[in-house]
Every structure is written in C-alpha cells, then in structure tokens.
Design a protein around this ligand. Structure first.
Ligand code: CO
Length: 451
C-alpha cells in the first residue's frame, strides 16, 4: 500500500455521460457493470444529481428515485455521490428551505452517501440549508469552491471560502473546475494553500473538465501538492469536455507514493462495455459523442458547449459575423456583473446578456429578467458588486437584497401537495412531490404515463 494513496471518484455514471452523451445513459446501460465498479476500490461513484434527474423524467421515462434505489441495491460497498446545486436543488430556481430539507433527507434515505453541494456565486448562504440537512441525514457533505479566474478570485479568496465551508461543517472540500481553466501550477498552488492551512483539516478533492486539454496535468500537479481525491471517468467517457481518464490516472500513479491501489486491468472489460454503451446512446438518441479539445476557453472562459450554442443563436438571427465580437463581449459583461464564475445558471445569464448587447449594437438596451435579478442580489452575492453604472442602467435605484435570497421564499411543501391533489394526485408520494417541485410540467407528463 502506498503511503498516501490518491483516491479516485468515478464519474462515468453521471458527469461522464452528462458531458459527452447529453445525460442519456439509462439505468439498464449501467446495471451489468455495477458489481465490478463496486469492487474496484473507488472512493465513491458519482451516479446521481446534476442533470440526471431532469433527464430521467424528461427523456428516459425513468423515475429518478427508482434509479437511485436500484443503484443502491447494486453498489453495496462504494458510496454513491451526487451533485446538488445548493438552494436550486437540481432545478434552476431557488426553492424554499422545506423543499431543500425534504429533498436531501429523501435522497440520503434512498442511498446517497456523498453530497457535493455548490453555488454558482460561491455564496455560502445558499449552501447552508443543504449542508445542514445532509449532515442531519448522515451523509458525507462536500462543500464546493467553484473555480474561476478573475482579479478577485485568488488563493486567499478560496482559502477564505474553504474556512466558511468548514465552519458550516462540511466533511471535505471540492475545487470544481467545470470549464477546465485551472493550470497545472495553479492547481498545485491552490491545493498547497488549502492543504497547508491548519483550519482546513478535511480532504481536498479536485474536479476538472478536460475541455482545454490541461486537466490531466492539473491532476498530476495537484497529486504532488497532496490532493486527496480526483474525479475521473472510464476511458470511453473521458477527455473531451469530460474528466481525465480513470485507467490512465491509475497507471500514472503506479509505484509512486500516491499509488491508487486500484488495478487498471480490472477496469478494461468495464471500459470495453461502456464503449458499446456510448455507441448505442449515439445511435438511439442521434448524439454527437465526439468532443475535441477546445483551447479558446482559456481566453474567453466560455465552456465548449456554450460556445456552439451562442454561435447557433447568432446564426439563427443571421448575425454569425458578430461571433468574434460576442467572444469579446462575454468577459466584459462578466466583469460588469461582478465576475461570477460561469456555471449554471450564471453562464446562461452572462451569455444571454452578452448576446443581446452584440445583437442590439447597444449595451444593456434589452436586459433579461435574470440579469436584473442578479443585479438585485436575488442569486446571492457576487465576489465584487455589480458595476455601479451598469446597475443604474438596468435596475435604476431599485432595492438590492443583502439577506439570504431564500429568506424571501415561504414554505412550499404543503402548497405543492395541494397543487398535486388538484391535478389528480391526492396520494402522491413524497418522492413524486419532489419531482413535481423541481420540474412541474415534465413530472406531470411522466406521471400521466406511469402513475
Ligand atoms: Co463537472
């Protein structure tokens, strides 16, 4: 056994296919390999949350809660990890505290062992209720530092954020580099800063996307700096816009004091199997599952998938020639709006604002409600306040919220129950109620087919 084995969390069952196959992997695709995965020696297997919940109901005619129970019944030793979007749970709005609490309680009851919880603005107030509920339910709660680059995001700012998370009781800290921006040496320095801080006495976990081509190098330097856990995907669902590759990471560490203790040979048949799954998903859902490395993200900080969406939007308006202008407008808007990290939902907010600015030929002439809400503080605090002139322009002297945004939301569970009864489901289970809370229309059409 190595002195300090590097632990791996496997993402093939969640982020891997969310990044490379539009979150279309079905439970039936997963089942044949769960036992081998369970015995492979992973720290955890990420298999739920993120976009999978929505995808189950919307595209796969699967009940996400049933999926979780099935996963749990086959993954007997290895904790199942999930990704929670703070007060947004798995949706796109802030929910009342009672919905967050109930959701977390239910998912832990059905088998979630690790809750990774993040907020797009790194506003810990949006994580408080989720963290508390996860702890109360007995899960390992992992607090996230969403990684981005700006004049205000420094190692010191992340150490401070990690202190805030540790103060709230998290069991580990994850650096979440969703756009693949972290350079190997930045990863080394940040992990060192976190690991050498006496107050941050919890494991440090690094989550990178391969988008810019740097993630494997970042993992290596992070391993040298003492990172405890890294996220990897089995080869068919690795690289591109997904994570670095599990088998390669195992091989890279072999014989060193960070040897993972895992056997890559155990995983070859699993990888072969998932190569077939990727092909069948591409065929069944008409997906393009080949993603190239996209280095422009290093300059514009725009995730690869979003770049192609923005280009398409402009194309539809016959304004494709404005693409380069848009690329330059994005960082300007991001700076105006207080340098939010670009992750759901802030990536969409900044992206749509920049698109309007470029299409109108005048900045902030048309302003989507979400942009105004960000300026109003309804998403929480940005690391730097929204630029004063821009704020004046888009919301004038409207009041700005300085309290925790969800404080304004009254309890919702009973109201949702009444709504469901009215829609013909008076005896809906708590799980169905939660599905309905997050995705009302999608859940109702799922119920119509399945209940
Ligand atoms: Co990710």
């Amino acid at each position: 056994m190595a002195k300090k084995p590097l632990r791996i969390m496997e993402t093939v069952l969640r982020d891997g296919h969310q990044s490379l196959a539009a979150t279309r992997m079905r439970i039936t695709d997963m089942l044949p390999q769960l036992e081998v995965l369970d015995n492979a020696g992973y720290w955890a297997i990420e298999a739920w949350g993120g976009a999978t919940f929505d995808s189950c109901l919307r595209f796969l005619n699967e009940d996400p809660w049933e999926r979780l129970k099935t996963l749990r019944s086959h993954l007997k030793k290895t904790p199942i990890s999930m990704l929670l979007r703070g007060q947004n749970i798995l949706g796109y709005n802030n929910y009342a505290d009672d919905v967050v609490e109930l959701f977390v309680k239910k998912m832990v009851e059905h088998g979630i062992g690790v809750i990774r919880i993040f907020d797009a603005l790194n506003d810990v107030r949006n994580l408080e209720v989720g963290i508390k509920a996860g702890k109360a339910a007995g899960a390992h709660v992992q607090g996230v530092c969403v990684y981005t680059i700006s004049p205000y995001h420094t190692n010191e700012s992340y150490v401070k954020l990690a202190h805030d998370l540790v103060d709230r009781g998290v069991d580990s800290i994850c650096i979440k580099d969703m756009a693949g921006l972290i350079s190997p040496y930045a990863a080394y320095d940040l992990v060192k800063a976190l690991k050498s801080d006496p107050k941050i006495n919890v494991p440090i976990h690094l989550h990178c996307h391969y988008t810019s081509g740097m993630a494997s190098m970042a993992y290596l330097k992070a391993a040298e700096a003492g990172v405890d856990i890294v996220d990897c995907a089995l080869s068919p669902f690795a690289l591109g816009t997904s994570q670095p590759c599990t088998e390669s990471m195992i091989a890279a560490m072999e014989g060193t004091d960070r040897d993972t203790g895992m056997k890559k040979e155990d995983l070859y048949p699993v990888a072969d199997y998932f190569t077939g799954v990727k092909k069948s998903l591409a065929a069944d859902f008409g997906l393009n599952t080949a993603f190239d490395v996209s280095t422009k993200v290093l300059t514009f900080q725009i995730p690869g998938g979003m770049l192609s969406n923005l280009r398409n939007q402009l194309k539809e308006q016959g304004m494709e020639d404005k693409y380069n202008e848009l690329l330059e407008e994005m960082p300007r808007v991001r700076a105006d709006l207080g340098y939010p990290p670009l992750v759901t939902p802030t990536s969409q907010i900044v992206g749509s604002m920049a698109t309007f600015n470029v299409m109108m030929g005048e900045r902030y002439k048309i302003v989507p409600r979400e942009v105004k809400d960000l300026a109003r503080g309804k998403y929480g605090r940005t690391i730097k306040p929204v630029a004063e002139d821009v704020r004046d322009l888009i919301i004038g002297d409207e009041e700005i919220i300085t309290h925790r945004p969800a404080d304004d939301i009254p309890p919702q569970v009973e109201k949702l129950r009444a709504e469901l009864a009215e829609k013909g489901y008076p005896n809906a289970s708590t799980e169905d109620l939660l599905s309905y809370a997050l995705f009302p229309e999608v859940a109702l059409s799922f119920f119509a087919n399945n209940r």
